[in-house]
Design a protein around this ligand. Structure first.
Ligand code: MG
Ligand code: MG
Length: 259
């Protein structure tokens, strides 16, 4: 069952999403060769708590940390380690927070130092996929329209669209109905209506769409071990139109400052 949200609930969810947005802004300031994923995780946890929120991933399905940090061929659900980031890595940082009982959940893939041109292109196209998907999230459209837009754009560039993991409804629980695949057919799936709140999160691979899980029971990697990118926003449908509750502004300002 899809749980549609009232305007008041959406405002609380916007707060939760903004806390995650600011957290990822702090992470953006720290991303450089030598920093460890566990250091990033600690900063994220204390920042979220300083905002009177609760880390959304910590303990969820027994996940051990605040951030999912997925490097290079890791798609999602990477566990933060003490292995420093290296020049040329790409790193997806996915973060969740609970504020007044509602979840925010979004992600950004960062470049560490100097990244190969072809990998930069993968990041650029994946981010474009996210916004093309969001554009379809309007009343009268169907969930399949979102996936269709994402899939078309990714495949046009020869990339693989992950099938095994999908976006999702979000609210008082992290994962609600509906599932929001990054592939699909135009005009198929559940109808989109006001009050829908979903996390749209394209996971796009340089090579094959196929993924496998590592023995840690969490990390999802590409089967061919080529790089993968992941961007995510929380979106609400208000007055028929998509409204992005999260923002990459804090990240982009921090990255701009480092140039
Ligand atoms: Mg996420
Ligand atoms: Mg999500």
């Amino acid at each position: 069952m899809i749980i549609y949200k009232t305007a008041e609930e959406i405002e609380i969810m916007r707060e939760a999403a903004q806390i995650v947005s600011r957290t990822l802004g702090k992470i953006a300031e720290m991303i450089e060769p030598g920093v460890t994923p566990l250091e990033l995780d600690k900063v994220a946890e204390s920042y979220i708590r300083s905002e009177n929120a609760i880390p959304g991933f910590l303990g969820l399905y027994d996940f051990p940390n605040t951030l999912c940090i997925s490097i290079n061929d890791a798609v999602v659900h990477g566990i933060p380690t003490e292995t420093p980031l290296k020049d040329g890595d790409i790193v997806s940082v996915d973060c969740g927070a609970i504020f007044e009982g509602y979840y925010g959940d979004h992600a950004y893939t960062f470049e560490v130092g100097n990244v190969k041109e072809e990998v930069k292109q993968l990041l650029k196209v994946t981010k474009e996929c996210l916004y093309l998907g969001i554009e379809q999230c309007r009343a009268g459209n169907r969930i399949g329209d979102i996936g269709f837009a994402i899939q078309q754009h990714a495949e046009k560039h020869g990339y693989g669209v992950v099938r095994d993991l999908v976006g999702h409804g979000i609210g008082k629980t992290m994962h609600e109905e509906p599932q929001v695949p990054n592939y699909g057919r135009r005009g198929k799936g559940k109808k989109i209506q006001n009050g829908l709140t979903i996390a749209i999160e394209p996971m796009i691979n340089m090579g094959t769409e196929k993924v496998v899980q590592l023995e840690d029971g969490w990390t999802i990697v590409t089967q061919d071990r080529l790089p993968s990118a992941h961007f995510e926003h929380d979106v609400a449908v208000i007055e028929g139109k998509p409204e992005i509750l999260s923002t990459f502004d804090y990240i982009e300002k921090a990255l701009e400052k480092k140039k």
